[in-house]
Ligand binder design. Structure first.
Ligand SMILES: Nc1ncnc2c1ncn2[C@@H]1O[C@H](COP(=O)(O)OP(=O)(O)OP(=O)(O)O)[C@@H](O)[C@H]1O
Length: 720
């Protein structure tokens, strides 16, 4: 520490490490913090804010940005945790990018911009954009594939989001044809043209936004700043801007940050971990951390945060090996890394179950246990094993295996064939089944008639089969060549398959009936057509394969299997209030932490996924493994040749030896004494404690005594 520049802010409850202190005191115009997972980025940014407040910066001149509302709440909480009083914390602008952008856009918006948080409302607009695209380009653009089912609309909404996040729509394509522009931007032509129409609708042809979906405010502000930087002039006078989770930065949010940092009086501190960049599809890229900031601000200074507070040295050192970077842990915690091996998918599920049971047997709460899967198709065997063992589990809403689109589709067919849709109890699942039937049969509907049908179905589930009778209704406008011949074939195949299914004896083995059903509805070919990304289509094949395997393993008849499937769903719903194990996709676990993390299916072909960039897969594994606090269980094939290469990359033998030594070191390290003792002295006591030698901490609004002074005169006010 520089004696000429001692810290003025002393946090409550922790003693900053030398690395944290360096960041707290940094006075450079642009500071980038290269942080490891769990290395207290958020706390450190809060320390920097505390220091600014202690140096009498007005709280209104501080802006702290996050990417998610959850991260925003954590940062607010951390400010309070480290002792910034509530009244001061409330005056600091801690906002998501989207909050900040919406606030700024409000200065130029028309009245009544509709905020669409509900994806259903966005789908309405997406449908209107599809119609406009059909009207405008149906005759002129080759390769136009306009679909209006829910899967196509979701994919379209994803693509338009990606185009905005990367600011690709702002690229100069003026002299290019649409095909060429779409190829340059690496998106399907149909989605590109539909995005253009969607934006015309949304921005009322340039008059101003009429509605905004998620991320649109950020995008609109980034566009505004680009087009002459009109709003930058109206930004509040921020002297300190901070940003958490910089690894989620994309081009649109980068441009907003850049405009903020561009103000001469503004200082910036951002923290991120380039190894946690996993949202490449939303335009997140390690480039911002590694080079873009540097290009814009050649004098930026980097500070490391290597020490993790989440787990002990065993996991810290394994991750250091994995990522070939320094990771340290000062905790006296033996984070265990356990391994188990399996012969088959069912066996893998059995090992997961054993790991959960061991955790319980060791006296821990199963609420703290998370099974993090690479993809949803992997959860079938695991969910079944947990149900059989009567262990409650939770998944995010509609994210269980039985609620995957392709499984909902098959469930819908079975419901019609067996005339038993009433067996599906949840209304949410029922409407999702209708959506899946429409999507996988490549049917065409107006949104209104779909909604009517769903309403009816909720009241009389046995009408489900009628879905295929109303299909022929035209959309609101007549669109010749709107869908291709293959899609027409799918619908016919589905109708024929349903007719066949209703003649099948439900006492026949489920596995045989289901595999014939998949053939008859051309499930694989259809999936390939309706899912634009080959990756998604591939996951569907695996998912259907696991359903067939489960049916075969159960030895059940069709009727029994159908009943068991619905009973399973009811089981999960019933158990929702009990303590439960979490099943979640690794990508969605970012930013969270769990006492025990179980990573199953660590095999080549699954994790890393062969079609995805190696770096992304490595980052995903790193994110998953670093969520663990006390225990990490890695489950991989018994055959070493089939094991995920990630396991070897952890160099567990070597890292464990170093970790043992570090743990001993941590256990022997003296507990550092606090540098100050804070007093419970109110306004009425101020003259008295001041006369006794206490000092006032302006950031914490509290009186304190320096370490080393005689504390006995202060015993009345000493905090425990
Ligand atoms: N110097 C310190 N000494 C002890 N504990 C600390 C210290 N700094 C932070 N912590 C604790 O570490 C925990 C994690 O901190 P924080 O929430 O800031 O991490 P994070 O930013 O969420 O981590 P990640 O890097 O994964 O985003 C908190 O409980 C915090 O109190």
């Amino acid at each position: 520490m520089n004696p000429a520049n001692p810290p003025r802010f002393t946090p409550q409850g922790l003693i900053p490490t030398a690395e944290q202190l360096a960041i707290q005191l940094a006075q450079n115009k642009v500071v980038l913090v290269d942080a490891n997972a769990g290395a207290a980025k958020t706390t450190t940014l809060a320390l920097r804010i505390g220091e600014a407040l202690a140096r009498k910066l007005a709280p209104e001149q501080i802006l702290a940005l996050t990417f998610t509302p959850e991260a925003r709440e954590v940062l607010r909480r951390r400010l309070l945790d480290i002792g910034v009083p509530q009244a001061l914390t409330e005056r600091v602008a801690v906002l998501t990018f989207e909050d900040f952008a919406a606030w700024m856009m409000d200065l130029v918006d028309n009245d009544h911009v509709r905020q669409c948080r509900d994806p259903r409302a966005l789908k309405e607009y997406a449908l209107m954009a599809v119609d406009r695209t059909a009207e405008r380009y149906a005759g002129s653009a080759d390769g136009l594939e306009l679909h209006t089912h829910s899967v196509a609309l979701s994919q379209f909404l994803d693509v338009q989001l990606g185009l905005k996040a990367t600011m690709a729509l702002e690229r100069d394509v003026e002299f290019m044809g649409a095909e060429e522009a779409a190829a340059l931007l690496e998106v399907p032509l149909t989605d590109y043209l539909t995005t253009l129409e969607y934006e015309i609708l949304r921005l009322d042809g340039g008059a101003g936004a009429t509605f905004r979906g998620p991320f649109d405010a950020t995008y609109d502000l980034a566009c505004n700043l680009d087009g002459g930087a009109r709003l930058a002039g109206q930004f509040p006078d921020y002297r300190l801007v901070l940003c958490d989770e910089l690894h989620d930065l994309n081009e649109a949010s980068f441009r907003i940050l850049d405009a903020l940092i561009g103000k001469p009086q503004c200082f910036f501190v951002g923290a991120g971990d380039k190894d946690q960049v996993i949202h490449a599809r939303l335009g997140a890229s390690a480039e911002y951390l590694s080079s873009r900031f540097g290009e814009r601000h050649p004098r930026l200074v980097r500070y490391p945060l290597t020490q993790t507070f989440r787990h002990g040295p065993h996991l810290a050192y394994a991750m250091a090996e994995f990522k070939q970077k320094p990771v340290e842990s000062g905790l006296r915690l033996r984070t265990e890394i356990q391994q188990a091996h399996y012969a088959s998918a069912d066996d893998c599920a059995g090992r997961v179950l054993a790991a959960v049971r061991q955790w319980q047997a060791d006296g821990y709460d199963i609420d703290g246990c998370a099974i993090l899967i690479r993809d949803r198709h992997q959860s079938m065997a695991i969910e079944n094993a947990l149900i059989e063992a009567d262990i409650a589990y939770r998944t995010p809403p509609m994210a269980g295996y039985l609620q995957r689109d392709e499984i909902l589709f098959l469930r819908g067919l079975l419901a019609i064939g067996l005339r038993d849709f009433g067996a599906v109890k949840s209304e949410l699942v029922r409407t999702a089944i209708v959506d899946a039937l429409v999507a996988f049969s490549e049917m065409r509907f107006s949104a209104r008639s779909m909604d009517n049908f769903k309403q009816q179905i909720l009241k009389s589930p046995d009408l489900l089969g009628e879905l295929f009778l109303i299909e022929d209704e035209r959309r609101d406008i007549d669109l010749p060549g709107y869908r291709d011949v293959a899609a027409e074939g799918t619908r016919r195949a589905v109708v024929a398959a349903i007719a066949w299914l209703s003649t099948v004896d439900p006492a026949l083995p489920a596995a045989a009936v289901l595999s014939e059903l998949c053939e008859r509805v051309q499930l694989v070919a259809t999936a390939r057509r309706i899912f634009v990304r080959p990756y998604d289509a591939g996951v569907i094949n695996k998912s259907v394969a696991s359903l067939l395997a489960a049916a075969a393993a159960s030895g059940q008849s069709l009727r029994e299997f159908w009943a068991a499937m619905n009973a399973r769903e009811a089981f999960i719903r019933r158990k929702r209030d009990r303590k439960s194990v979490l099943i979640e996709c690794v990508a969605n676990a970012k930013g969270k932490e769990f006492d025990h993390v179980i990573l199953p299916f660590l095999e080549e072909g699954e994790f890393p996924h062969p079609s995805q960039p190696k770096r992304d897969e490595e980052n995903l594994f790193y994110v998953g493994a670093t969520r663990a606090r006390a225990r990490l269980t890695l489950i991989s094939p018994a055959d070493p040749a089939r094991r995920s290469a990630f396991i070897n990359q952890l160099r567990l033998t070597r890292s464990a030896a170093a970790a043992e030594a570090a743990l001993t070191r941590n256990e022997r390290a003296p507990v550092a004494a606090p540098s100050r003792y804070y007093l419970h002295a109110g306004f009425a006591d101020k003259d008295q404690v001041k006369a006794l030698g206490a000092k006032f901490d302006i950031a914490r609004r509290a009186w304190y005594v320096e370490n080393g002074m005689d504390l006995s005169p202060f015993s009345l006010w000493l905090k425990k």
